[in-house]
Design a protein around this ligand. Structure first.
Ligand code: ADP
Length: 732
């Protein structure tokens, strides 16, 4: 039962209900309409039949009355008596008088003939032109004749005339349908002495009555006798002849056609009459609205009645197709409408199902994503109660979904943070900006009580006017431990670096004391009288000592810089002044290598830069020394001082050496890296540029270079300009 309710609640069930309702409504409407049409048709059939019979009777009675009137007419009576008394002189006159009157009546009423018949059946008089003796007797049913001789005016049913009469087209035709009205002519004692007969065309009576009372174009009213013989005219004479149901030589169907059902006519069936004729042959009346075959084999509906006064059965029929045409059209329209409704419903159902399937598959996809993701999804209402979780939550926190739903979400947090979290949720509108769409790192609390680091991202959602929050929880234990390890490694590296710098600083300091003694004593020794070998050895000791001291100073500088202990004395330094002191120091080297040295100073005389005089001198010496060392023999060195558009002062050293390849350029400031000069004869430690760059940085400036292989290099220092009076000491 539940299944049934569920089915009818579904779109397919609703579609079935719509279709069933449409078919039921249409069936009820069609049945009601059919009943309505049937009732109307029944009323019209009965009314038509009654009207036809009534008019036929009236017409017949009129002619009977006329016949009675003339039978009682003294002229006719006198003629009859005269003929019976055979008073030859009088009778001729009286007969001709009577003949004149009856001819006038016949002419007016369109009768075919009139006769006065004596007891022996002899014709006393008839219409002029008709040979009296040749038609001595007329053959009529005995009972009708005897009724007439007993004083009643009688009417014969239509019968085949013994004489030819003009048909409708005026042609003389044998065996044509005719009728007679017989009325008794009495003498003064009331005895019937003769019969007055009027012979007339049956159409005179039945055509007006039947022709004007029929339903629709195919309507047809006619009369038959108890044997099913058609007594009155048929409107389908030609159709009957064409279909072979009527002999082509017969002038018309009346009196020549038995109203058989053509379906049975060719068989040996005992009674092949139509359904209507069978009923009338049994003297019954009836009506058939369902349809039956008429004498043409066409489906008709009809009403019929046996009428004793007419002595015939009268039937009115009409083709079922015509009567029910409206019904059929409406039925067709209703059927088309129903088919349309069904088609629309099915199409709508099809599209609905397709859309539904799309939605379902995307829902399943979404569910699959949410259920299979490693991130936990927890949905809470605005009171912080859990309404939905995904399987990842169970994996992360150890709680089954049932244990969480309906519980406060703070159950997933460390116990000491639960109260605070509750406060957050209850006042979410205040804290929303801090929480919503922000990734926060928190501690999660597992069911077994252990805490673990989580990342939480909260998104608000409104569903059915209710506010919810979706929390996406990620276990970051692994990342957390990596981070911790990295921090520890960094700290260890920093400590080790510091220790190295400290060691270098100490060692350099400790090395310089004995080294100064070596250099000092070797200088003293040089002043003594020494032979050539001794002098050479002492000079080698002195040079090696100087080289070692320079190296130790460099290492000490680097160690100081790395450990952040390098102290600078920043002040306004005049570049011209500083450069002037450099040349003498490089003179020997320049001369030895055969280089040409040019200075281009393009700054104001009072131009000053903000720098440490000694350190800047050290830097520029290093750059000029490199320009000499790595130059080609007889090359050039250009020292330039320019002011930049941004107000800074640029001091550059350009050489015409081999230059530095692009690949090497990236590593030029790495300490102790001599690039491709490691194995060359040119002396060097690979530490000068590293120290220079750091020193310039400490002065707030920048050291850079540009170089092309085979063309030479330009190293430059960019420093801030300052007022000559500007003096400041900076210490780190
Ligand atoms: P070094 O004592 O080797 O000169 P530096 O730190 O001064 O150490 O220079 C590092 C390296 O950069 C040098 O060994 C050399 O290969 C390259 N270098 C420096 N200046 C120039 C220059 N002007 N032309 C070509 N190469 C240079």
């Amino acid at each position: 039962m539940k299944k049934l309710f569920r089915f009818f609640g579904s779109p397919a069930g609703l579609a079935v209900l719509v279709i069933v309702a449409a078919i039921t409504c249409a069936s009820i409407a069609a049945t009601y309409l059919f009943k309505l049409i049937q009732t109307d048709v029944e009323d019209r059939l009965v009314a038509t039949l009654e009207a036809s019979i009534h008019q036929a009777r009236q017409s017949l009675e009129k002619h009977q009355t006329l016949a009675r009137y003339w039978a009682e007419n003294p002229l006719i009576q006198a003629a009859a008596l005269a003929a019976s008394n055979q008073q030859s002189s009088d009778s001729k006159t009286q007969i001709s008088n009577a003949q004149a009157s009856l001819s006038a009546v016949s002419g007016i009423e369109n009768y075919r003939d009139y006769r006065l018949i004596d007891r022996h059946g002899n014709v006393i008089l008839s219409r002029p032109g008709h040979d009296v003796r040749r038609q001595a007797r007329i053959r009529l049913p005995d009972n009708l004749l005897s009724q007439a001789w007993h004083g009643r005016t009688v009417v014969t049913p239509p019968f085949k005339s013994g004489r030819p009469w003009p048909d409708k087209r005026g042609r003389l035709t044998e065996n044509i349908a005719t009728m007679m009205i017989l009325s008794p002519v009495r003498d003064e004692h009331g005895r019937t002495v003769a019969l007055l007969s009027f012979e007339l065309d049956p159409d005179l009576i039945f055509l007006p009555a039947f022709h004007h009372n029929q339903i629709g174009k195919t309507g047809h009213t006619y009369a038959i006798n108890s044997d099913g013989l058609l007594l009155t005219a048929s409107k389908y004479d030609q159709q009957l002849r064409n279909s072979g149901l009527l002999n082509p030589r017969q002038p018309h169907a009346a009196l020549n056609l038995v109203v058989n059902d053509p379906k049975w006519a060719d068989t040996d069936a005992q009674n092949a009459l139509t359904e209507m004729a069978v009923s009338l042959s049994q003297g019954q009346s009836g009506i058939n609205l369902q349809g039956y075959r008429d004498y043409r084999g066409v489906d008709v509906i009809g009403a019929w009645r046996w009428d004793n006064s007419l002595g015939m059965g009268v039937v009115t029929e009409t083709e079922a197709a015509e009567v029910y045409q409206l019904y059929r059209s409406i039925l067709l329209s209703v059927t088309i409408s129903i088919v349309f409704v069904i088609a629309i419903t099915l199409i709508a159902l099809f599209f609905y199902r397709r859309k539904h399937q799309h939605q379902m598959s995307s829902l399943h996809q979404r569910d699959a994503i949410i259920n299979q993701t490693d991130d936990g999804f927890v949905t809470i209402d605005n009171r912080g109660m859990i309404v939905m979780t995904n399987p990842a939550i169970t994996r992360l926190f150890g709680y089954a979904s049932d244990e969480l739903i309906g519980n406060n979400v703070s159950i997933l947090l460390p116990p000491d943070e639960r109260v605070e979290h509750d406060h957050y949720v209850r006042h979410s509108e205040i804290h929303e900006r801090k929480i919503i769409h922000k990734v926060r790192s928190l501690q999660g609390c597992h069911k077994d009580g252990h805490l673990f680091p989580i990342e939480l991202n909260v998104t608000p959602m409104t569903f059915s006017h209710q506010k919810y929050f979706i929390g996406v929880i990620r276990d970051i234990s692994e990342r957390h431990s990596y981070q911790q390890a990295l921090i520890a490694a960094k700290e260890a590296a920093e400590e080790a670096n510091q220790a190295k710098s400290d060691f270098l600083a100490k060692m350099s300091h400790e090395l310089r004391t004995p080294l100064n003694a070596i250099i000092g004593f070797s200088q003293l020794l040089k002043m003594d009288k020494l032979d050539a070998n001794q002098r050479e050895s002492v000079e080698m000791i002195h040079d090696a000592g100087e080289h070692l001291l320079a190296l130790i100073n460099d290492v000490l500088d680097l160690a100081r810089i790395e450990s952040g202990r390098m102290l600078l004395s920043l002040e306004a330094v005049s570049p011209q002044e500083l450069l002037g002191s450099l040349y003498p120091m490089l003179n020997v080297q320049i001369q030895t290598l055969g280089l040409s040295f040019t200075t281009e100073i393009d700054v104001a005389d009072d131009c000053h830069v903000y720098a440490d005089y000694t350190k800047l001198k050290q830097v520029l010496l290093n750059l000029l020394s490199n320009a000499c060392k790595y130059n080609r023999p007889g090359g050039t060195i250009t020292l330039r001082v320019t002011t930049q558009t941004d107000g800074k002062v640029r001091i550059s050293v350009q050489d015409s050496g081999d230059g530095i390849s692009e690949k090497m350029q990236k590593r030029i400031f790495e300490p102790f890296n001599r690039l491709d000069k490691t194995n060359s004869k040119i002396e060097g430690t690979g530490i000068g540029l590293a120290i220079s760059a750091e020193l310039v940085k400490l002065m707030g400036g920048e050291l850079g270079f540009s170089s092309r292989l085979g063309e030479g290099s330009t190293f430059w220092v960019m420093l801030s300009a300052c007022q000559p009076s500007g003096h400041q000491t900076d210490s780190d």
